[in-house]
Write a protein that binds this ligand. Structure first.
Ligand SMILES: C[S@@+](CC[C@H](N)C(=O)[O-])C[C@H]1O[C@@H](n2cnc3c(N)ncnc32)[C@H](O)[C@@H]1O
Length: 281
């Protein structure tokens, strides 16, 4: 689980889509109801999962600007979106999709958000979205991002920020220690300064509310059962790899991994928060 491996993003997409808060998504949709055309910028777009989750809730014509620093992921996103659409035309510039009567034009931008948190392509969009991104960033970066968002007076829909609460059933005696070490690993620098990790959603909410914004927030946990065994196995293996890198890795990590991998029927809940912030008044 590198986090940005296309295979990992594809594997997690159904769980991500099932986890998204319907309440928060409905608030986004209601603010754009009746708009003939909506321009959306998705930060850290990966393989385009946010577009596939959100586009069905927006209007008949949409323009999406997908932003990521990884050109290989952007190419993967174009291929995944072309396969998802009923019809697609890709001349290498604007990717034109038609799906269930909606016309969706997609542009991809290879940009490093660590140095420019809100590029022009996002500053001029009607809606800024990001999923599973903010738990990678540091507090200084987040402050700069939120300030840029306010200056541009843009709404933000931030989904699936990991909140640190990972629970397994059945329990293992090392669960708490492993999850705590994994959460500390989440706070290492991922290219945006010392990472906020599980504190990101709360910090983002606080910063946006300090601007006087109205926010709608709700939990969006992964609830992984029998049908998600492959995802749970990858999650567990990725957690063990991350924890093993730490000098404070708890003893018994191998035993924990063996138990979690070999025990058929493991279930997991992984906490996230979804947030929608309307533009500052
Ligand atoms: C956990 S993935 C989430 C992908 C996608 N939003 C989703 O929900 O499936 C984080 C994404 O952030 C992107 N990313 C990480 N650092 C970045 C940076 N400095 N600039 C732009 N994108 C970055 C990664 O390439 C990856 O696509």
């Amino acid at each position: 689980m590198s986090g940005f491996d296309p295979a990992w993003l594809d594997l997690r997409e159904p769980a991500d889509h099932a986890a998204r808060s319907a309440e928060v998504l409905a608030a986004v949709a209601s603010d754009f109801a009746g708009s003939e055309e909506v321009v959306v910028a998705d930060l850290g777009c990966g393989s385009g999962s946010t577009l596939r989750a959100v586009a069905p809730h927006l209007g008949p014509r949409q323009r999406w600007r997908l932003i990521d620093h990884d050109p290989a992921l952007l190419a993967h996103a174009r291929a995944r979106l072309s396969a998802w659409a009923d019809a697609a035309t890709d001349d290498g510039g604007v990717l034109r999709l038609v799906r269930e009567g909606q016309e969706i034009a997609v542009e991809t931008f290879a940009l490093d958000l660590s140095t420019d948190p809100l590029p022009e392509a996002a500053r001029s969009a009607d809606l800024v979205t990001a999923s599973a991104l903010f738990d990678l960033v540091g507090e200084d970066w987040l402050r700069g991002f939120v300030d840029a968002l306010a200056a541009a007076r843009r709404p933000l829909y931030a989904a699936l920020s990991y909140d640190g609460a990972t629970r397994f059933t059945p329990a293992h005696p090392s669960d708490l220690a492993v999850v705590a070490a994994f959460n500390r690993h989440q706070q290492t620098d991922k290219g945006f300064g010392p990472g906020l990790g599980p504190a990101a959603a709360e910090t983002l909410t606080r910063l946006l509310q300090a601007q006087g914004r109205q926010t709608v927030a709700a939990a969006s946990p992964w609830r992984l059962g029998w049908a998600e065994t492959e995802l749970t196995s990858e999650l567990v293996a990725g957690m063990a790899r991350a924890v093993a890198e730490r000098p404070d890795a708890p003893a018994g990590l191998d035993g924990w991994l063996a138990f979690r991998t070999e025990f058929a029927g493991v279930r997991a809940e992984v906490g996230h928060l979804d947030l929608y912030a309307r533009p500052p008044r």
